[in-house]
Design a protein around this ligand. Structure first.
Ligand code: ATP
Ligand code: MG
Length: 351
């Protein structure tokens, strides 16, 4: 029994009828950042204050009724460390004395603080991801409205004019216009659909998709971008390829929207262990406010940078931003030997 008490990772204790600790193993006081002598001979309210008084009521009731309290989750501040909260899973059970009445309380406690904190982190992350998803939907909505929506509205007008039996020359002209608008709508739909998820990424991999995107980006934005890929770049896991592609997309979009840079450079390097991508522009650099946010928890960052950082961390990699008046560099390194299970948000929160 002694060895059982001593060698456990579970906190054990026994309280007498006055709810004083008469016996504890080493773990129980350690959970509360206390020594055994801080508990022995003391009552629960003496050790835990107001919180302990509430427990006292519960335990007196337990001694009277003889009904155990199982798997009760308790969150409490450490008695001598204000502000430090621990979460415990506690079982109290009544122990009968010789007369049959209940005279002692047995305590079995497990510290579940790490698990609770991990759950909390996961909840926060899910919240942010939902936010990111929402932003993405708005962007697509805007894109559909501003491009395709405009073309289709134009097409409707042209068709209405056609319906008014115009002269043969006007008729030919309107038909040509309709064909032209339709052509543009088809191109736009393809571009939008490919930007949402480039089929090239699945079929030919990151290198091909990156070249396609960079070319299109340069044409649309007028910003020349050089792309330096390792020769014979191998296919990577799907999650790594998607992450790299999305980071490339967002970084270049940022270059276009914020940097005023005349050009940008992308460099991708890989070895057996990791792949690193650097996107550099020689623009005006990020505002000090953004750089400060990047140093801190980043909760007020735009979705772009925060999303990139989350993606990389989800894959166990590192994400760095260097920026000054001379320009900005985004650097993402992702380990290649990523285990599948560590790619889930849950595992990230736990790690
Ligand atoms: N290459 C860059 N050069 C200069 N400033 C930049 C650059 N990239 C980002 N920034 C600054 O950092 C801010 C945050 O970027 P982030 O991508 O997170 O958000 P955003 O682009 O403003 O919005 P979105 O959430 O749509 O991406 C930008 O508003 C901009 O001020
Ligand atoms: Mg952005």
């Amino acid at each position: 029994m002694n060895a059982f008490f001593a060698s456990s990772t579970v906190g054990f204790g026994i309280l007498d009828s006055q709810l004083r600790y008469t016996r504890v193993n080493d773990v129980l006081p350690r959970m509360a950042a206390l020594q055994p002598e801080d508990l022995l001979g003391k009552s629960v309210p003496e050790v835990f204050g107001i919180r302990g008084s509430r427990t006292e009521t519960v335990l007196r009731n337990l001694l009277r009724t003889g009904t155990p309290l199982l798997d009760r989750e308790v969150s409490t501040e450490l008695p001598r460390k204000p502000g430090q909260v621990r979460h415990w899973l506690v079982n109290y059970f009544p122990i009968p004395g010789e007369t049959g009445a209940f005279t002692q309380v047995g305590i079995i406690t497990v510290d579940v603080t790490a698990r609770r904190n991990a759950e909390e982190a996961l909840r926060k992350l899910s919240g942010r991801l939902l936010g990111i998803q929402d932003q993405e939907r708005r962007r697509i909505a805007r894109e559909l409205h501003d491009s395709l929506g405009q073309y289709l509205a134009g097409l409707k007008i042209a068709l209405e004019l056609l319906g008014g039996s115009p002269s043969p020359e006007k008729n030919t002209e309107l038909l040509a216009e309709c064909r032209d608008i339709l052509e543009k709508s088809i191109t736009e739909t393809r571009t939008l659909s490919h930007l949402l998820h480039p089929p090239l990424l699945d079929e030919a991999g990151f290198a091909s998709a990156a070249s396609w995107f960079v070319n299109g980006f340069s044409q649309r934005s007028g910003i020349p971008v050089s792309l330096d890929l390792p020769p014979d770049m191998p296919r990577l896991s799907e999650s790594v390829e998607i992450a790299l592609f999305r980071i490339l997309q967002e970084s270049l979009t940022n270059v276009h929207r914020h940097s005023q840079a005349p050009s940008a450079e992308i460099k991708v390097e890989s070895d057996a262990e990791q792949i690193t991508m650097e996107i550099t522009d020689h623009g005006r650099g990020m505002p000090a406010r953004v750089l400060q946010q990047l140093q801190g928890d980043g909760t007020k960052l735009g979705v772009g940078l925060a999303g990139m950082r989350e993606r990389v961390h989800e894959l166990g990699g590192s994400f760095e931003v260097t920026s000054n008046q001379g320009g900005t560099t985004i650097r993402a390194s992702i380990p290649l030997a990523v285990r599948e299970e560590s790619q889930t948000a849950g595992a990230t929160a736990l790690g």
